[in-house]
Design a protein around this ligand. Structure first.
Ligand SMILES: Cc1cc2nc3c(=O)[nH]c(=O)nc-3n(C[C@H](O)[C@H](O)[C@H](O)COP(=O)(O)OP(=O)(O)OC[C@H]3O[C@@H](n4cnc5c(N)ncnc54)[C@H](O)[C@@H]3O)c2cc1C
Length: 162
């Protein structure tokens, strides 16, 4: 409860007018909304179809909590081919331009669904695959080289990890 006294996202007041003024909510609209909600609690019928209507809100103190919408991911992104090379609208690959991770967009790995973890996991996996396949300047490795082949061709360029 200490948060309600000090955090800028929370407001506490002894009247709806005061709560509206503190939180930037139109007091008349707030009063109407609460009256409608309280009526729903009494009747059991709610304009929004809510079925969980535990109790009327009418005894002070009243609290307001500010909620912000945010977008955690982008569902759209650049188009790549099977080598993660960015392609133009005409399907031609852009020389030396590759992409992995968020910039591909969530749609490419999830379609229309939302699946937890399906942004970070492909970002890490595709990023690693890309890092293993990309040519390194001054070496004989080329895009598409498998990790084992790349290692064999570039023994001194690899950082050995066990
Ligand atoms: C709040 C939130 C919650 C999330 N929760 C989940 C989750 O639970 N599960 C999940 O799978 N995904 C989640 N995601 C999505 C996931 O975090 C991202 O999709 C993923 O981190 C993208 O990784 P990335 O490497 O492609 O991009 P980023 O992690 O964005 O990395 C891009 C990097 O490039 C740097 N950069 C940008 N411009 C330049 C430049 N010009 N020069 C040099 N560096 C530059 C940036 O600083 C950044 O470090 C969440 C995202 C957010 C915002």
């Amino acid at each position: 409860m200490e948060h309600f006294r000090s955090h800028p996202m929370f407001h506490r007041a002894d009247s709806l007018e005061e709560l509206g003024s503190k939180s930037g909510i139109d007091a008349a609209g707030l009063r109407e909304t609460l009256a409608a909600y309280n009526a729903s609690v009494q009747s059991g019928r709610d304009a929004f179809g809510r079925q969980h209507l535990p109790m009327e809100i009418k005894t002070p103190p009243f609290y307001a909590v500010i909620h912000h919408g945010h977008s955690a991911t982008s569902s759209v992104g650049v188009v790549v081919d099977e080598n993660l090379q960015v392609v133009r609208l005409d399907g031609e690959p852009v020389p030396n331009l590759y992409a992995a991770g968020e910039v591909l967009g969530a749609g490419v790995t999830m379609g229309d669904a939302f699946t937890p973890g399906m942004m970070l996991t492909p970002a890490l996996t595709f990023g690693r695959l890309l890092g293993e396949r990309l040519p390194v300047p001054g070496t004989s490795a080329v895009a598409g080289t498998s990790r084992a082949t790349w290692r064999a061709a570039n023994p001194s360029a690899m950082v050995q990890r066990g």
